[in-house]
Design a protein around this ligand. Sequence first.
Ligand code: SF4
Length: 377
Amino acid sequence: MLSDIKSQTLHELQTQFRTWSQPDYRVSQLLEWLYVHRVTDWDAMMNLPKPLRHLLAQTYSLLTLELIRKQGARDSTQKFLWQLSDGALIESVLIPANPALYGEPSDRHTLCVSTQVGCAYGCKFCASGLAGWKRDLHPGEIVEQVLAVERWHKGNPKPGTRNPEDIAALDPRSAFRIPRLIDNLVIMGMGEPLANYDNLLKALTILNAPWGRGIGARKITISTSGLAPQIRKLADEPLQFRLAISLHGATDETRNKIMPVNRKYPLRELTAACEYYQQQNRRMITFEYILIAGVNDGLDQIKPLAQLAHRFKAKVNLIPYNKVENLPWTRPANGAQEAFLAALEKQKVHATLRREKGHDIDAACGQLRLRTERELK
Ligand code: SF4
């Protein structure tokens, strides 16, 4: 199987082009076709000589994602279900952070991307882990989620408005002045990102590089359910990404009930790794906390959660649980959610309660994929 062109770094491409006696500026031309124009066809790369295009097509694949389903309104959270070249399905979610208040298009978009097909970590509340792990995504498949969503946007402008890309800020750091529709990434989709460490880091290097997609490292948040050794490894990387811990419980007892990973890396190990991460790069950590009725929404969690938040100067994102078909869990009533938030605030914790915009669109990660797979069967 050919390696995907969007899994290649600048250095790898330059090395390959030199073996073909091609000058470095040809690599720059290629990268502009890939990451500025987002072409899906070798023949569209018109300033590359035909023999070189042929050589590229013989050496690399130019994979794209096929859109199988899309849910959500144009101005709100939109979920994309993609089919990969082997038929596997993955999801990406586009979240406009500043929805049009005065009729103008949103000015900031965040994309939540997947890193694996399925997940091996088996968190009890999660749709992505229900059918187990199938495979890791290649770097190009992670990169392509960003490009495919931007391609979709460009091809589907909202009637009566300019295309968001036309008004998007231009990245001044980029040699190519990349029009940026998506300027924030959260690595929180299907899969445990740090379990696909090398492919993820390569993809993020490409998405961050000025010669690639040009998204700032500080605008990229990697989420993990608690893989302590990989958190330490991440802390030592030259690129300083943000870190979010999917905590979902402030004691080992609560985490053990819903997150098997906690038995391998209990809170003592997880927090030691977080401490190391903060020592190395002085970055703020975020705690994600899905509120599940009767599981982790008791006020007994407040004190230990506040202690953790203070220890790491962490912000706590409370997320009411999104119901997953065939799982028994539910979200707490609104009053209980508010009470949990108020109790945290009383402890002087910086916390937010996310009112899920995507509650009506199979918002739980992996849910749309599961439902589609069942229908296809
Ligand atoms: S919550 Fe994340 S780590 Fe846990 S099973 Fe789901 S995708 Fe995997």
